[in-house]
Write a new protein. Structure first.
Length: 369
Protein backbone atom coordinates (compact mmCIF):
# COMPACT_ATOMS: atom_id res chain seq x y z
CA UNK A 1 0.00 0.00 0.00
CA UNK A 2 1.18 3.49 -0.74
CA UNK A 3 1.95 6.03 1.94
CA UNK A 4 1.45 9.60 0.82
CA UNK A 5 1.43 13.04 2.37
CA UNK A 6 -1.54 15.36 2.00
CA UNK A 7 -2.00 18.97 3.08
CA UNK A 8 -4.81 19.54 5.53
CA UNK A 9 -7.82 21.33 4.12
CA UNK A 10 -8.32 23.80 6.99
CA UNK A 11 -8.11 27.53 7.49
CA UNK A 12 -8.24 29.82 10.57
CA UNK A 13 -10.74 32.66 10.65
CA UNK A 14 -11.88 35.13 13.33
CA UNK A 15 -15.18 34.72 15.14
CA UNK A 16 -17.95 37.27 14.59
CA UNK A 17 -21.38 37.51 16.07
CA UNK A 18 -23.96 36.92 13.33
CA UNK A 19 -24.99 34.26 10.85
CA UNK A 20 -27.07 33.68 7.74
CA UNK A 21 -29.75 31.09 7.13
CA UNK A 22 -29.65 28.96 4.01
CA UNK A 23 -32.96 27.91 2.45
CA UNK A 24 -32.99 24.81 0.23
CA UNK A 25 -34.34 25.02 -3.32
CA UNK A 26 -36.30 22.45 -5.28
CA UNK A 27 -34.50 19.75 -7.30
CA UNK A 28 -35.00 19.62 -11.07
CA UNK A 29 -33.47 16.13 -11.53
CA UNK A 30 -35.13 13.01 -10.10
CA UNK A 31 -32.88 11.82 -7.27
CA UNK A 32 -30.22 14.53 -7.70
CA UNK A 33 -30.32 18.23 -6.88
CA UNK A 34 -29.39 20.51 -9.82
CA UNK A 35 -26.00 21.48 -8.38
CA UNK A 36 -25.01 17.82 -7.99
CA UNK A 37 -26.33 16.93 -11.45
CA UNK A 38 -24.17 19.72 -12.90
CA UNK A 39 -21.10 18.43 -11.02
CA UNK A 40 -21.71 14.86 -12.20
CA UNK A 41 -21.93 16.05 -15.83
CA UNK A 42 -18.90 18.34 -15.51
CA UNK A 43 -16.55 16.03 -13.59
CA UNK A 44 -17.67 12.56 -14.69
CA UNK A 45 -19.39 13.15 -18.04
CA UNK A 46 -22.39 11.18 -16.79
CA UNK A 47 -26.11 11.80 -16.71
CA UNK A 48 -27.81 11.68 -13.30
CA UNK A 49 -29.24 8.25 -14.14
CA UNK A 50 -25.82 6.91 -15.19
CA UNK A 51 -24.34 8.17 -11.93
CA UNK A 52 -27.05 6.45 -9.90
CA UNK A 53 -26.73 3.25 -11.95
CA UNK A 54 -22.95 3.06 -11.45
CA UNK A 55 -23.31 3.79 -7.75
CA UNK A 56 -25.83 0.96 -7.48
CA UNK A 57 -23.49 -1.37 -9.37
CA UNK A 58 -20.74 -0.57 -6.86
CA UNK A 59 -23.13 -1.26 -3.97
CA UNK A 60 -24.13 -4.64 -5.44
CA UNK A 61 -20.48 -5.46 -6.00
CA UNK A 62 -19.62 -4.65 -2.38
CA UNK A 63 -22.55 -6.79 -1.25
CA UNK A 64 -21.38 -9.70 -3.42
CA UNK A 65 -17.77 -9.60 -2.18
CA UNK A 66 -19.01 -9.52 1.42
CA UNK A 67 -21.30 -12.51 0.87
CA UNK A 68 -18.69 -14.62 -0.94
CA UNK A 69 -15.74 -13.68 1.26
CA UNK A 70 -12.00 -13.72 0.69
CA UNK A 71 -11.91 -17.43 -0.17
CA UNK A 72 -13.98 -16.76 -3.28
CA UNK A 73 -13.07 -13.25 -4.45
CA UNK A 74 -9.59 -11.66 -4.54
CA UNK A 75 -10.65 -8.26 -5.90
CA UNK A 76 -13.60 -6.32 -7.29
CA UNK A 77 -13.92 -2.98 -9.09
CA UNK A 78 -15.83 -0.94 -11.67
CA UNK A 79 -13.97 -0.60 -14.99
CA UNK A 80 -13.71 2.60 -17.02
CA UNK A 81 -17.14 2.01 -18.53
CA UNK A 82 -18.78 1.44 -15.16
CA UNK A 83 -19.04 -2.33 -15.54
CA UNK A 84 -18.65 -4.35 -12.31
CA UNK A 85 -15.74 -6.82 -12.47
CA UNK A 86 -14.91 -9.66 -10.09
CA UNK A 87 -11.54 -11.42 -9.80
CA UNK A 88 -12.36 -14.94 -8.63
CA UNK A 89 -9.93 -16.77 -6.37
CA UNK A 90 -8.39 -20.07 -7.45
CA UNK A 91 -9.65 -23.08 -5.55
CA UNK A 92 -12.41 -25.66 -5.41
CA UNK A 93 -15.18 -23.03 -5.40
CA UNK A 94 -13.85 -21.01 -8.36
CA UNK A 95 -16.40 -22.31 -10.88
CA UNK A 96 -19.34 -21.77 -8.52
CA UNK A 97 -18.24 -18.24 -7.61
CA UNK A 98 -17.66 -17.37 -11.28
CA UNK A 99 -21.14 -18.63 -12.15
CA UNK A 100 -22.67 -16.66 -9.30
CA UNK A 101 -20.82 -13.51 -10.38
CA UNK A 102 -22.00 -13.91 -13.97
CA UNK A 103 -25.56 -14.56 -12.82
CA UNK A 104 -25.39 -11.30 -10.84
CA UNK A 105 -24.44 -9.40 -13.98
CA UNK A 106 -20.73 -9.04 -13.12
CA UNK A 107 -17.83 -9.66 -15.48
CA UNK A 108 -15.33 -12.26 -14.31
CA UNK A 109 -11.69 -11.28 -14.60
CA UNK A 110 -9.79 -13.94 -16.54
CA UNK A 111 -6.56 -13.32 -14.64
CA UNK A 112 -7.35 -13.07 -10.93
CA UNK A 113 -5.07 -10.92 -8.79
CA UNK A 114 -3.41 -12.82 -5.98
CA UNK A 115 -3.21 -10.74 -2.80
CA UNK A 116 -0.78 -11.83 -0.06
CA UNK A 117 -2.66 -12.81 3.12
CA UNK A 118 -0.99 -10.09 5.20
CA UNK A 119 -2.08 -7.40 2.75
CA UNK A 120 -5.60 -8.74 2.51
CA UNK A 121 -5.92 -8.84 6.31
CA UNK A 122 -4.96 -5.16 6.42
CA UNK A 123 -7.66 -4.04 3.95
CA UNK A 124 -10.39 -6.52 4.89
CA UNK A 125 -12.16 -4.06 7.27
CA UNK A 126 -12.82 -1.79 4.27
CA UNK A 127 -14.47 -4.65 2.39
CA UNK A 128 -16.85 -5.74 5.11
CA UNK A 129 -20.17 -4.29 3.99
CA UNK A 130 -22.30 -3.34 6.99
CA UNK A 131 -26.05 -3.87 6.72
CA UNK A 132 -27.91 -1.36 4.60
CA UNK A 133 -30.18 0.58 6.94
CA UNK A 134 -33.16 2.27 5.23
CA UNK A 135 -34.90 3.10 8.50
CA UNK A 136 -36.78 6.43 8.34
CA UNK A 137 -34.79 8.29 10.99
CA UNK A 138 -34.67 11.61 9.15
CA UNK A 139 -36.72 14.64 10.05
CA UNK A 140 -37.95 17.45 7.77
CA UNK A 141 -35.70 20.11 6.23
CA UNK A 142 -36.42 23.53 7.69
CA UNK A 143 -35.15 26.91 6.54
CA UNK A 144 -32.93 26.84 9.62
CA UNK A 145 -31.69 23.25 9.11
CA UNK A 146 -27.99 22.39 9.02
CA UNK A 147 -27.05 19.84 6.36
CA UNK A 148 -23.94 18.02 5.26
CA UNK A 149 -21.73 20.39 3.27
CA UNK A 150 -22.67 23.52 5.24
CA UNK A 151 -19.81 25.63 6.59
CA UNK A 152 -18.90 25.70 10.28
CA UNK A 153 -16.06 26.85 12.52
CA UNK A 154 -14.45 24.73 15.23
CA UNK A 155 -13.05 26.93 17.99
CA UNK A 156 -13.82 28.95 21.10
CA UNK A 157 -15.55 32.33 21.52
CA UNK A 158 -12.27 33.85 22.78
CA UNK A 159 -10.02 32.96 19.85
CA UNK A 160 -9.44 31.67 16.34
CA UNK A 161 -10.83 28.46 14.92
CA UNK A 162 -10.64 26.18 11.92
CA UNK A 163 -13.17 26.39 9.11
CA UNK A 164 -14.54 23.06 7.90
CA UNK A 165 -17.69 21.49 6.46
CA UNK A 166 -20.39 19.58 8.28
CA UNK A 167 -20.59 15.87 7.48
CA UNK A 168 -23.46 13.46 7.93
CA UNK A 169 -26.15 14.07 10.54
CA UNK A 170 -26.41 11.08 12.84
CA UNK A 171 -27.84 9.71 16.09
CA UNK A 172 -25.72 8.51 19.02
CA UNK A 173 -27.45 6.27 21.61
CA UNK A 174 -25.92 8.33 24.45
CA UNK A 175 -25.67 11.87 23.06
CA UNK A 176 -28.69 11.93 20.72
CA UNK A 177 -28.34 14.17 17.64
CA UNK A 178 -24.74 14.47 16.43
CA UNK A 179 -22.82 15.38 13.28
CA UNK A 180 -19.90 13.39 11.87
CA UNK A 181 -17.08 15.51 10.44
CA UNK A 182 -13.26 15.33 10.10
CA UNK A 183 -11.09 14.78 13.17
CA UNK A 184 -8.43 17.29 12.16
CA UNK A 185 -11.10 20.01 12.13
CA UNK A 186 -10.93 20.01 15.95
CA UNK A 187 -8.02 22.34 16.87
CA UNK A 188 -7.98 21.13 20.50
CA UNK A 189 -7.99 17.36 20.33
CA UNK A 190 -6.24 17.09 23.70
CA UNK A 191 -9.21 18.86 25.29
CA UNK A 192 -11.81 16.46 23.87
CA UNK A 193 -13.62 14.93 26.82
CA UNK A 194 -12.49 17.65 29.23
CA UNK A 195 -14.07 20.89 30.41
CA UNK A 196 -12.28 22.89 27.68
CA UNK A 197 -14.20 21.42 24.78
CA UNK A 198 -14.10 22.86 21.28
CA UNK A 199 -17.37 24.43 20.15
CA UNK A 200 -18.94 24.31 16.67
CA UNK A 201 -20.35 27.52 15.15
CA UNK A 202 -22.27 28.07 11.88
CA UNK A 203 -20.60 30.22 9.21
CA UNK A 204 -21.59 32.25 6.16
CA UNK A 205 -18.51 33.68 4.52
CA UNK A 206 -16.53 35.18 7.40
CA UNK A 207 -19.64 35.64 9.54
CA UNK A 208 -19.97 33.30 12.52
CA UNK A 209 -23.13 32.59 14.49
CA UNK A 210 -23.97 31.19 17.90
CA UNK A 211 -22.60 27.82 18.99
CA UNK A 212 -24.72 24.83 17.98
CA UNK A 213 -22.65 21.98 19.38
CA UNK A 214 -19.51 20.64 21.06
CA UNK A 215 -16.88 18.08 19.97
CA UNK A 216 -17.03 15.03 22.21
CA UNK A 217 -14.92 12.48 20.31
CA UNK A 218 -12.00 13.05 17.95
CA UNK A 219 -9.96 10.41 16.11
CA UNK A 220 -6.77 11.05 14.16
CA UNK A 221 -5.32 7.56 14.53
CA UNK A 222 -6.01 5.18 11.62
CA UNK A 223 -9.20 7.13 10.82
CA UNK A 224 -9.81 10.89 10.68
CA UNK A 225 -13.21 11.80 12.10
CA UNK A 226 -14.88 13.75 14.89
CA UNK A 227 -18.33 13.66 16.50
CA UNK A 228 -20.16 16.86 17.44
CA UNK A 229 -22.79 16.71 20.18
CA UNK A 230 -25.65 19.02 19.13
CA UNK A 231 -26.92 21.42 21.78
CA UNK A 232 -30.50 20.77 22.94
CA UNK A 233 -31.69 24.08 21.52
CA UNK A 234 -30.46 23.11 18.02
CA UNK A 235 -31.50 19.47 17.80
CA UNK A 236 -34.42 20.18 15.43
CA UNK A 237 -32.02 21.77 12.92
CA UNK A 238 -29.92 18.56 12.70
CA UNK A 239 -32.65 15.99 12.09
CA UNK A 240 -32.40 15.93 8.29
CA UNK A 241 -30.59 13.19 6.36
CA UNK A 242 -29.64 15.51 3.48
CA UNK A 243 -26.39 16.93 2.08
CA UNK A 244 -26.07 19.93 -0.21
CA UNK A 245 -24.17 22.84 -1.61
CA UNK A 246 -25.03 25.67 0.80
CA UNK A 247 -28.09 27.50 -0.49
CA UNK A 248 -28.92 24.82 -3.11
CA UNK A 249 -31.24 21.84 -3.31
CA UNK A 250 -30.44 18.81 -1.09
CA UNK A 251 -29.59 15.17 -1.81
CA UNK A 252 -31.27 12.77 0.63
CA UNK A 253 -29.00 10.00 1.94
CA UNK A 254 -30.60 6.54 1.94
CA UNK A 255 -27.89 4.37 3.54
CA UNK A 256 -24.18 3.56 3.64
CA UNK A 257 -21.78 1.57 1.46
CA UNK A 258 -18.11 0.57 1.55
CA UNK A 259 -15.73 2.10 -1.02
CA UNK A 260 -15.18 0.10 -4.24
CA UNK A 261 -12.41 1.04 -6.68
CA UNK A 262 -13.92 2.66 -9.78
CA UNK A 263 -17.18 3.67 -8.08
CA UNK A 264 -18.40 7.19 -8.93
CA UNK A 265 -18.42 9.50 -5.91
CA UNK A 266 -19.17 13.15 -5.18
CA UNK A 267 -18.29 15.31 -2.21
CA UNK A 268 -20.11 18.34 -0.86
CA UNK A 269 -17.95 21.04 0.70
CA UNK A 270 -18.51 24.59 1.87
CA UNK A 271 -15.57 25.87 -0.22
CA UNK A 272 -16.05 24.16 -3.60
CA UNK A 273 -19.59 22.78 -3.42
CA UNK A 274 -20.20 19.54 -5.29
CA UNK A 275 -17.28 17.97 -7.12
CA UNK A 276 -17.11 14.42 -8.42
CA UNK A 277 -14.67 11.70 -9.39
CA UNK A 278 -14.04 7.99 -8.92
CA UNK A 279 -12.52 5.92 -6.12
CA UNK A 280 -8.84 5.28 -6.93
CA UNK A 281 -7.74 3.04 -4.08
CA UNK A 282 -8.73 1.65 -0.70
CA UNK A 283 -6.68 0.74 2.36
CA UNK A 284 -4.64 3.89 1.74
CA UNK A 285 -1.87 5.05 4.08
CA UNK A 286 -1.70 8.84 4.40
CA UNK A 287 0.51 10.98 6.65
CA UNK A 288 -1.41 13.84 8.29
CA UNK A 289 1.04 15.77 10.42
CA UNK A 290 2.39 13.36 13.03
CA UNK A 291 -0.42 10.87 12.45
CA UNK A 292 -0.66 8.07 9.89
CA UNK A 293 -4.11 7.07 8.66
CA UNK A 294 -4.27 3.62 7.07
CA UNK A 295 -7.91 2.75 6.63
CA UNK A 296 -9.09 5.34 4.13
CA UNK A 297 -9.69 5.62 0.40
CA UNK A 298 -8.51 8.06 -2.25
CA UNK A 299 -10.60 9.67 -5.00
CA UNK A 300 -10.02 11.77 -8.11
CA UNK A 301 -11.98 14.65 -6.55
CA UNK A 302 -10.80 18.23 -6.19
CA UNK A 303 -11.19 19.71 -2.69
CA UNK A 304 -9.77 22.90 -1.19
CA UNK A 305 -9.36 24.54 2.23
CA UNK A 306 -12.66 24.46 4.12
CA UNK A 307 -14.00 21.32 2.40
CA UNK A 308 -12.63 19.02 5.14
CA UNK A 309 -15.30 17.13 7.04
CA UNK A 310 -17.80 17.27 4.19
CA UNK A 311 -19.79 14.18 3.08
CA UNK A 312 -18.72 11.88 0.24
CA UNK A 313 -21.58 10.01 -1.46
CA UNK A 314 -22.03 7.46 -4.23
CA UNK A 315 -25.48 7.82 -5.68
CA UNK A 316 -27.60 8.39 -2.57
CA UNK A 317 -25.38 6.28 -0.29
CA UNK A 318 -22.89 7.67 2.24
CA UNK A 319 -19.31 6.50 1.55
CA UNK A 320 -17.06 8.66 3.69
CA UNK A 321 -15.87 11.90 5.27
CA UNK A 322 -13.50 14.24 3.37
CA UNK A 323 -10.14 14.34 5.18
CA UNK A 324 -7.38 15.94 3.09
CA UNK A 325 -6.41 16.99 -0.42
CA UNK A 326 -3.15 17.15 -2.36
CA UNK A 327 -4.28 20.51 -3.84
CA UNK A 328 -5.82 22.04 -0.70
CA UNK A 329 -3.70 25.20 -0.90
CA UNK A 330 -4.69 26.12 -4.46
CA UNK A 331 -7.06 29.10 -4.99
CA UNK A 332 -9.50 27.17 -7.22
CA UNK A 333 -10.08 23.70 -8.64
CA UNK A 334 -9.45 25.02 -12.16
CA UNK A 335 -5.96 26.18 -11.17
CA UNK A 336 -5.43 23.05 -9.10
CA UNK A 337 -6.14 20.86 -12.12
CA UNK A 338 -3.66 22.74 -14.33
CA UNK A 339 -0.92 22.77 -11.66
CA UNK A 340 -1.42 19.06 -11.03
CA UNK A 341 -1.19 18.26 -14.73
CA UNK A 342 2.09 20.20 -15.03
CA UNK A 343 3.43 18.10 -12.15
CA UNK A 344 2.28 14.87 -13.77
CA UNK A 345 -0.43 14.39 -11.15
CA UNK A 346 -4.13 15.12 -10.66
CA UNK A 347 -6.23 16.41 -7.78
CA UNK A 348 -6.93 13.74 -5.17
CA UNK A 349 -9.11 13.74 -2.08
CA UNK A 350 -8.50 11.31 0.77
CA UNK A 351 -11.54 10.24 2.79
CA UNK A 352 -12.41 8.16 5.85
CA UNK A 353 -14.99 5.37 5.21
CA UNK A 354 -18.25 6.13 6.99
CA UNK A 355 -18.76 2.45 7.84
CA UNK A 356 -15.46 2.46 9.75
CA UNK A 357 -16.69 5.40 11.81
CA UNK A 358 -19.95 3.62 12.61
CA UNK A 359 -18.13 0.39 13.48
CA UNK A 360 -15.84 2.21 15.93
CA UNK A 361 -18.85 3.78 17.66
CA UNK A 362 -21.40 1.04 18.47
CA UNK A 363 -24.97 2.29 18.14
CA UNK A 364 -24.04 5.34 16.06
CA UNK A 365 -26.24 5.57 12.94
CA UNK A 366 -26.47 8.20 10.25
CA UNK A 367 -29.87 9.64 9.47
CA UNK A 368 -31.41 8.04 6.39
CA UNK A 369 -34.69 7.97 4.50
Amino acid sequence: MRRRAFRLSIVAVPLLATMAVFAPTASAEPGLPPALADAVARDLGLTPQQFLDRADAARRLADFTDAVGSDGVTNAWLDGDGRPVVAVADGPTRADVADAASASGFEVDAAPIVIPPAVFDAVQPLLDLLPFDPSPTAGPIRASSYLGGDSFLAGTPAGLGQRCSLGFNAVDPTYGSVNITAGHCNPSTTDTGSAALTGAYPMCGSLVGSKFGTFYRTSQSRNDYALIDIDDANVAEFESNAVRVPGAGPLHVTGTVDPIVGAPVCKSGSRTGFSCGTILSTGQQVALGNNVLDRGFSTSICALRGDSGGPVVSGTLAVGIASASNVGDQPSCEIATVVSMLQGQRPELFATPINDVLAENPGLTIRTS
